[in-house]
Write a protein that binds this ligand. Structure first.
Ligand code: AN7
Length: 348
């Protein structure tokens, strides 16, 4: 039985035999070969569906490690800023560990499913009249002057947990891919994956390193533009972040891996969102930025025929039902009388 990322990858984790492991059995998510997307891109495309984690996003990997260490250090209250998934994961792992979670989120900008989760897990929810970047600045100050543990990805234990996504990709493929495509918001995850690939290769668990290709949303592409964006805007609310906290290590990961950080527009994200669903995988819009980016680079002839590209799908589509209802695939539903002939007529 899968024991969660800390136990399964213990030799790579900053824990001792006395560390109290907090887990919701996160990790061990599927890696799907996407045949139609591979044909569209002209290269082998795989989907690492991290939307199947306990709270439906990759954040569970980082939160398992961060909350485990918080518990070991005797913390009782956790705090984070969030565009929604970090707050859902912090609330869930805090509940599991018997701790209190305080989350600070941008009012009116968090997808419905994420808010519902955070409410159900019982976090203290503070909605600011501002954006994620302002929320992060506030919670960093609070954590410095109050007995409260910050669990955003500036907390190094979050990176330690999230690097396990790279381990699982290598374990599933038997080797690292040629490229790892990933959405970029606060830039913790691209940093974590690069760390994971390096540690796996150093420990001879893989033989090579992938090119890291990260994708920001065009309206929030601070790294691509080389300067923070004061009012980031994108339909992909998960990555509506204008001043990534892990800016530096993300740029270093792209440079050291001979990859890049690029941007994709909302239309490209929504098109990829629908194409991924046509493979039977429902991810949230922000996650689709990784596939949108691969399609963009494929069009520009950036891949060789024998390349193998893994796209990280970071969140479950159920997180954001409103965007699915507005921009999904079968948005024209038919309402008919509860009679067989009416249904037959509608079908045929
Ligand atoms: C689905 C999804 N996909 C990609 C990202 C970007 O990852 P990072 O580049 O490591 O930030 C996020 C990030 C969300 C938050 O930052 C938050 O929840 O506060 C996300 O939820």
């Amino acid at each position: 039985m899968w024991r969660g990322i800390v136990e399964e990858y213990r030799e790579f984790m900053p824990v001792s035999d006395d560390t109290p492991i907090v887990t919701l059995f996160e990790g061990n998510t599927p890696l799907y070969k996407a045949n139609r997307l591979s044909n569209a891109a002209g290269v082998e495309v795989w989907l690492k569906y991290d939307g199947l984690n306990p709270t439906g996003s990759f954040k569970d990997r980082g939160m398992a490690m961060a909350v485990t260490k918080a518990k070991e250090e005797g913390a009782e209250v956790l705090i984070c800023a969030s565009t929604g998934n970090t707050s859902a994961a912090a609330a869930a792992y805090a509940a599991s560990a018997g701790m209190k979670a305080v989350v600070v989120i941008p009012h009116g900008k968090v997808a419905l499913g994420k808010l519902a989760q955070t409410i159900m897990y019982g976090a203290e929810i503070i909605e600011i009249e501002g954006n994620f970047d302002e929320a992060l600045a506030i919670v960093r100050q609070i954590a410095e002057s109050h007995p409260i543990k910050l669990v955003n990805s500036v907390n190094p234990y979050r990176i330690e947990g999230q690097k396990t996504g790279a381990f699982e990709v290598c374990d599933a493929l038997g080797e690292a891919p040629t490229h790892l495509a990933i959405p970029v918001g606060n830039a913790g995850n691209i940093t974590a994956y690069w760390k994971g690939f390096n540690e796996y290769r150093k420990n001879r668990r893989s033989g090579k390193l992938p090119k890291m290709i990260g994708f920001e949303a065009t309206g929030a592409a601070a790294i691509v533009r080389g300067k923070p964006i004061e009012n980031p805007e994108t339909i992909a609310t998960a990555i509506r972040i204008g001043n990534p906290a892990s800016w530096e290590p993300a740029v270093q990961a792209a440079k050291d891996s001979k990859g890049k950080i690029d941007h994709v527009g909302d239309d490209e994200i929504l098109e990829a969102y629908r194409m991924i669903a046509a493979e039977g995988v429902f991810c949230e819009p922000g996650s689709a930025a990784s596939v949108a980016g691969v399609l963009k680079l494929a069009k520009a002839g950036c891949f060789a025929n024998n390349d193998r590209v893994v796209c990280v799908l970071t969140g479950n589509g159920l997180k954001d039902p409103e965007t699915a209802m507005k921009h999904g695939v079968s948005i024209e539903t038919k309402v008919v009388a509860a009679k067989e002939e009416a249904v037959v007529k509608a079908i045929f």
